[in-house]
Design a protein around this ligand. Sequence first.
Ligand code: COA
Length: 405
Amino acid sequence: MSNKVSTPEFGPLHGVRVVFSALEIAGPFPAQMMAEWGAEVIWIEHTKYPDTIRVMKNYRELARRNLHSLSIDIFSEEGKKAFLKLMETTDIFIESSKGPAFKRRGMTDELLWEHNKSLVIVHLSGYGQYGEDQYINLPSYDHIAQAFSGYLVQNGDGDQPVPAFPYSGDYISGFMVLSSALAALHNAKRTGEGESVDVAMYEALLRVSHYYMIDYFNNGTLYPRTTKGKDPTQVGCGVYRCNDGCITMSWVGGPQIRRLLEVLDHTHILGTDEFPEGIPGIRADSSQGQILEDKLDAFFGEKTIDETLELLESMTIAATRVLTIPELESHPQYIARENIVEWDTLSGGKCKGSNIVPKFTKNPGQIWRSTPSRGMDTASILSDLGYSDQEIHALAEVGAVKLAD
Ligand code: COA
């Protein structure tokens, strides 16, 4: 009945085994990135409640590709034994819960280390494994973490706060899980000692929220929220409307400031105390901030996107048109770098979406499998752990595991 678990050999993470028990994006994303870079990754789903991502017909094909599916009740008596056996063969275990749920149920870090002392455990939660009782057991998703971290209040337009879609809070938290897991793995390989990492989503966002708000902590300065896509601190950074659509640019760098000031006929401000020659950026709250923003709006508003981009490129000012989604697929840069690819789904269809990133030159990633159905690999994973076909069926009968849907 059960074939062996098999993962093709490729990528920088070949030979690393990752297991995750998490829903949606923030926890699964880092594990699945590792699968794209060659790790053998096992996705644990509850025997009763499938991962909520399964309702997203197309996105799930991207978000769970390259994975092995194990459906197991890890807190049932028999399921727990199998899970702990699995931990013996695992390098990184990622779990996402309402706070310290694993500890609450007796599945402590210490217990996991009894089975594998070099195991890297990453606990992902909204508010952390410890803190105020009122918060640590609460559920959290992207916008909740954005709101609790000071990230959301900075985004939007004028009076209206708007979360940074699509789900930046999940992906930023996911990248924190990814990087901390790999840092801990590096150390575990060096010392033989595992690690337990406590990633709170709001803290991951707090860490990347500071560009503007550090001025509040240090001088009490609060910047206005972004308005019409403009950076609240720097002139010339953000979205500008040309007469046929929008561009975005970042007017930074000493030579770049001078060049565009020349075109705007505004170089007289240079060489003053406020704007010394070579100044690399002009602050929005400076004496010239609003004057220059108005000039830029008027200047670009009379030009086409192509004229504007040609001019900015000639001054080495970073800028681009704001691409629409239909423009991406046929864009020559996307074609040259094979950014959008198609792969076969296991249900016999096709899915089109992002290729593997980044591009590891010597050990490239691969898409070798689309999203498995729930429990599709339960039997082969248990068989690898030493369970006989009979024992696997017995586990399924008591509901500790679920075989293929
Ligand atoms: N075997 C046994 N039990 C399992 C299991 C499995 N394979 N997988 C999950 N469970 C349990 C959980 O421990 C949980 O038990 P509890 O309610 O007693 O704590 C229960 O099943 C429900 O799972 P859970 O994932 O907590 O679902 P939820 O709908 O209640 O909450 C989240 C979902 C995502 C809000 C919550 O897990 C959370 O806040 N996670 C941390 C932050 C996060 O990752 N958010 C999502 C970002 S995309």
